[in-house]
Design a protein around this ligand. Sequence first.
Ligand SMILES: Cc1cc2nc3c(=O)[nH]c(=O)nc-3n(C[C@H](O)[C@H](O)[C@H](O)COP(=O)(O)O)c2cc1C
Length: 323
Amino acid sequence: MDLTTTYLGLSLRNPLVAAPSPLQQTPGGVLTLVDAGVGAVVLHSLFEEQVRRDLDPDFERDHWFSNPAGPGAPDRYLDLIEQAASSVDVPVIASLNGTGSGEWTAFAGRAQDAGAAAVELNFYVVPGQFRGHGEAVEDAVLDLLSAVRDVVTVPVAVKLPPYFSSLNDLAVRLVEKGADGLVLFNRFLQPHIDVGERTVQPEIELSSRSDARLPQTWIAVLREQVECSLAGTGGVETADDVAAYLLAGADVVQCASVFLRHGRDHARVLLDGLEAWGDAQGFASVADARGLLAVPWRVPSEDYQRDGYVSALQIARRTYWWK
Ligand SMILES: Cc1cc2nc3c(=O)[nH]c(=O)nc-3n(C[C@H](O)[C@H](O)[C@H](O)COP(=O)(O)O)c2cc1C
């Protein structure tokens, strides 16, 4: 199977993309991922607060922000983009993590000038004390996208959390506002509660395969409803998991945990496995496989989902009736 594909209008040699993680914090880390075969690299995220901290030295005093990377993080990030982009022949995508528009979004233009082939906006908001309509949160991501769209000409993707009441509608509005792609989904930090010490530890767990179910489902739902690139991220451990994302309708699959667990070279194992799967299935190209299992256009997806839900529960009842 020919693995070449297109993502955000960029030509990629294959649909396996390195998702933001600590593995690409250095140009050497990026180079090793590319040598192992990935089709593109999304750098780790630079945070809105880090940019704002450098624009306003009083920021840390006025906000609860400890800035673990220290001052100068934005300039170091630009250096990384520049060095990585000039040393590899696949797209290097900058990742900006923020919750709102404002002066800081001008940084996206600097990322483009440094050589970023695209910008991925990692919209990460936990409105814990927020008392208002959900639409206000949706408007925040739309405003963020507009602000970045105004300062870049490269493609822009938006990485979203799954916790919206009407994700389809938000997806359509983001595409109307100029999103070239959606990345489903980012992960909220879900801290570990140590019951012995009675402390809350901020901790990122590597994913497991079942984490792929939610993004795969949403990609299957959205594939026929939005005209933009879709990237799946979460729960890839084997080449079959990558293939499942493609069948659901993803254009690319972004992986982090599998590389953190098995090393960057594991990209080659996934790609060889993907190619072998495609050959065995008789697919000539990635496009032949993409979206074969997406929810078909014109099928009311609510009915489709409820039908699946009812069937799944019936199967469970038959399976566990004797318990
Ligand atoms: C250690 C670690 C660091 C991460 N850092 C970022 C980040 O900086 N920006 C971002 O958008 N996602 C980040 N992620 C999320 C990953 O990019 C990815 O979307 C998510 O982990 C799901 O993919 P996976 O199951 O292959 O890990 C991070 C994930 C891990 C495990």
